[in-house]
Design a protein around this ligand. Structure first.
Ligand code: GLN
Length: 484
């Protein structure tokens, strides 16, 4: 049962072959038996109460397609019933008085919350090793990282501890862990999914999205997650759409843009081979390959690591031990209280970003760093606009290598930043991006570690991306493999 996709579980619930309560118990048991450190907060009583309510809806005949299906939330989404820590000691004991819009929408659809998922502290990281609550293990190889920052989400779906999870992507945090754990994830166009109640990291980049086994499942989740929210000032007002409406459309004539900058020296051979094999599969489906160029790809790293920390330094100023967060037990005066609380509450990577951010925003450096970065950000978006005159979708690797070993890069922030090279530019441009399992590499240890194919679409082309991913998933089974 736990191998079933969300769509399959939904069908079984609708036809009363399984109950929401049975599913909730099944996954709760799997969660308590797992050793991945993927879940931070679980409350079986709360879960079973939601499942009972879902069963009542199913019995009364007013259930939707997601009613009774379990889900777990990245611990960056605030929840009333469960603690919300953002992977930080700063919020170690925090319980929100309200639910994030995403949580509320999925609950309104009747989904049953299994718990909250581990993540990098304030979503800063690429390996889930920056969590105050410890690293998450990759279910394919317990000595590998699951990717980050939504590492708990990806590991939990891959290990079938939940059929679906929410994630957030600021610079790749849905796509890269999805790739490292062999699952499917999509970051929609910036502004599609409400940021209300998503603990802020870099507000002009942060975007929530679904992570699940298949593209079809992601579409079902997007249908419930997307929508205008007056509580989020950057939320987009658009007509509702069915993101799965194009799933079965043929790919005959599809033009796939392959950026030459994504296949340079830094790309590992095993990843390159898997991506090329996937492109061959697409040719068989009727697509053609067009070589394109995204010349600013390399600059996306310095640009992102100026803009994201700048926004983070501002967003995280609210955690001062007074308005929010951990307060030090001992201090001499007010200033010392702030200093001691923030020193104790934040981890190293978060401090590094706050300092970098404050620096690039300070008088005299603003023009040299922050303003320059904003200008290049615009040029990066222009590169994509030019590329989309030549192709319908862009494809390449999600990351330059498969998952690395736990600890291998934990002392080297720059090595972590460099691994984000293929995901950052999509985020900077606000475009939708997706990760689709497309094979396995070896890693350094000769173990089987998943490879993710990245699909990047033009603005609001989510339905098309899901179609392109779904067609591939009809002729391959990488997305159905599981580590057990
Ligand atoms: N790895 C990137 C970072 O550390 C992206 C994180 C994210 O998307 N939340 O900032």
């Amino acid at each position: 049962m736990h191998q079933k996709t969300l769509a399959q579980l939904s069908a079984l619930l609708q036809s009363k072959q399984v109950s929401a309560t049975e599913l909730a118990r099944l996954y709760l048991d799997r969660i308590s038996a797992s050793n991945l450190n993927a879940f931070l907060h679980v409350d079986p009583e709360l879960t079973l109460a939601q499942a009972a309510a879902a069963d009542a809806r199913l019995a009364a005949g007013n259930a939707g397609v997601l009613t009774g299906v379990p889900i777990a939330h990245k611990d960056i989404f605030v929840t009333r019933g469960l603690r919300s820590t953002a992977g930080s000691r700063m919020l170690g004991n925090y319980t929100s008085p309200f639910d994030a819009t995403v949580v509320e929408k999925l609950a309104a659809a009747g989904m049953v919350t299994l718990g909250k998922l581990n993540c990098d502290e304030f979503a800063m990281g690429s390996a889930n090793e920056n969590s105050y609550f410890g690293a998450v293990k990759n279910p394919w190889d317990l000595s590998a990282v699951p990717g980050g920052s939504s590492g708990g989400s990806a590991a939990a779906v891959a290990a079938r501890l939940t059929p679906a999870a929410t994630g957030t992507d600021t610079g790749g945090s849905i796509r890269q862990p999805a790739a490292f754990c062999g699952i499917t994830g999509i970051k929609p166009t910036y502004g599609s999914v409400s940021r209300y109640g998503m603990i802020a990291f870099a507000s002009s980049l942060d975007q929530g999205g679904p992570m699940a086994q298949t593209a079809e499942d992601c579409g079902l989740l997007l249908n419930a997650m997307v929508g205008f929210d007056e509580k989020d000032s950057t939320s987009l007002e658009r007509k509702p759409e069915d993101f799965n409406r194009l799933l079965n459309q043929s790919l005959q004539g599809l033009r796939i843009g392959v950026p030459k900058e994504f296949f340079g020296e830094g790309l590992a051979d095993d990843v390159k081979q898997a991506i090329h094999a996937a492109l061959e599969e697409y040719k068989k489906l009727g697509a053609s390959i067009v070589e394109i160029s995204l010349p600013k790809t390399e600059l996306s790293i310095p640009v992102y690591y100026v803009i994201a920390p700048a926004e983070a330094s501002s967003n995280l100023s609210r955690f001062d031990g007074v308005r929010y967060g951990h307060r030090a037990a001992e201090y001499t005066d007010l200033n010392d209280m702030y200093t001691a609380s923030r020193t104790e509450g934040f981890g190293d990577e978060v401090k590094r970003r706050i300092m970098t951010g404050a620096y690039v925003l300070s008088h005299g450096y603003y023009d040299a760093y922050y303003l320059q970065a904003q200008k290049i950000r615009r040029l990066i978006a222009k590169d994509f606009a030019a590329a989309f005159t030549q192709c319908d979708v862009i494809m390449g690797p999600v990351a330059p290598s498969v998952a690395w070993d736990l600890g291998a890069k934990s002392d080297d922030p720059v090595a972590n930043y460099l691994a984000d090279i293929f995901t950052l530019s999509t985020s900077l441009a606000g475009l939708p991006g997706m990760s689709v399992p497309c094979g396995f590499g070896q890693g350094e240890k000769n173990s089987r570690r998943p490879v993710g194919l990245q699909l990047i679409g033009n603005y609001f082309e989510e339905a098309r991306l899901l179609n392109i991913a779904h067609q591939y998933q009809q002729v391959t089974d990488w997305h159905l493999r599981s580590p057990e």
